[in-house]
Design a protein around this ligand. Structure first.
Ligand SMILES: [Zn+2]
Length: 322
């Protein structure tokens, strides 16, 4: 059975997995056996630090990023020499036609970078790059316990990413920007966002958003994980910060569902660990904002795949293009 390396590129680390799947998987789909993650390895890699360090000399940062990924792939290949390809979930907009990274908000300086081609030249394997949230959405889709046709994935991390599977196919959009849902405005005239607008959902529902909400209320700068721990101990400011995140997320989701009527919604990313403090406000707002035709018809679940969805999804998206 074929093996593909799936890679999830994060801001501070690289996660690689070896994914095994049946060759006829693409044709038969979910009636078939789901792909298996045989092994997972993690490598430290501060790519956002690299981009800041090299500033204007983005070429030098790019060469370091490439050599870091190539070394990680080669370490995995030493153990699994029969690997046939590499699929990468990258935090940026990937042009679906040229495969180039048109922009990566968290890795400034990278524009029109061709990760697939440049990495292929170093490792002599086919490389396919997709957006990281789309890869996670596809990973959730292929691992679903019941066959499903449509799925929305919302990844709550440093920012908020989204991925859409429509009629069993990943949906990138014309420019690879589809499901850029973190920039749906939920609080008009709210916090200024990196996109230039005010009140984007990402400013409230991401890890950094929760930290800002908590800082504004308490005067203390804490990580989202620390704020979740404080919420557990009954800190009202911490609970309120997560509630606001849940409210903002539900507002955005109600808008998304008016455009794409999808039943299955999966919430993942590091911030989903604080879901218990978001859930009540989320559900209340969703019940209120959903149009009546959709009330009671949306199945929102927290991902139980941890890091695996992004890795498996990246590998399986690559398998579709081999
Ligand atoms: Zn924005």
């Amino acid at each position: 059975m074929p093996l593909i390396i799936g890679i999830d590129v994060g801001g501070t680390n690289l996660r690689l997995g070896v994914v095994q799947y049946k060759a006829q998987y693409q044709e038969v789909g979910l009636e078939n056996e789901p792909p298996k993650l045989l092994d997972e390895m993690r490598f430290k890699a501060d790519f956002s630090g690299l981009c800041k360090l090299h500033g204007a000399d983005s070429d030098q940062a790019w060469r370091k990023i490439l050599s870091t990924i190539a070394a990680a792939v080669n370490a995995v290949r030493a153990k699994y020499p029969s690997v046939a390809a590499v699929g990468i979930g990258f935090p940026g907009f990937i042009d679906p036609y040229t495969q180039k990274i048109s922009l990566s908000p968290n890795l400034p300086g990278l524009s029109n970078a061709d990760l697939s081609e440049d990495l292929r030249a170093l490792i002599a394997l086919p490389v396919i790059t997709e957006n990281d949230a789309l890869a996670a959405a596809y990973g959730e889709f292929v691992a679903a316990a019941q066959p499903i046709n449509n799925l929305i994935y919302l990844g709550l991390g440093t920012g908020v990413g989204g991925g859409l599977i429509l009629n069993r196919q990943p949906f990138q959009g014309q420019h690879g920007v589809a499901m850029e849902v973190g920039h749906i405005i939920t609080f008009p005239d709210g916090r200024l966002c990196g996109c230039g607008n005010r009140g984007c959902m990402e400013q409230y529902a991401s890890a950094s958003g929760v930290s800002i909400t908590y800082l504004e209320a308490s005067g203390e700068r804490c990580s989202a994980a620390e704020i979740a721990a404080r919420a557990k101990n009954g800190d009202q400011n911490a609970i309120a910060a997560y509630s606001l995140a849940g409210d903002s997320l539900a507002q955005a989701l109600a808008h998304i569902l008016k455009v794409i009527d999808v039943t299955n919604v999966i919430i993942g990313g590091g911030m989903s660990a604080g879901w218990q403090y978001m859930q009540q406000a989320f559900q209340q707002r969703l019940d209120q904002d959903l149009i009546p035709a959709l009330r009671g018809k949306v199945d929102v679940r927290i991902s139980d795949m941890d890091d695996e969805a992004g890795i498996i999804g990246a590998a399986m998206l690559a398998s579709k293009k081999l």
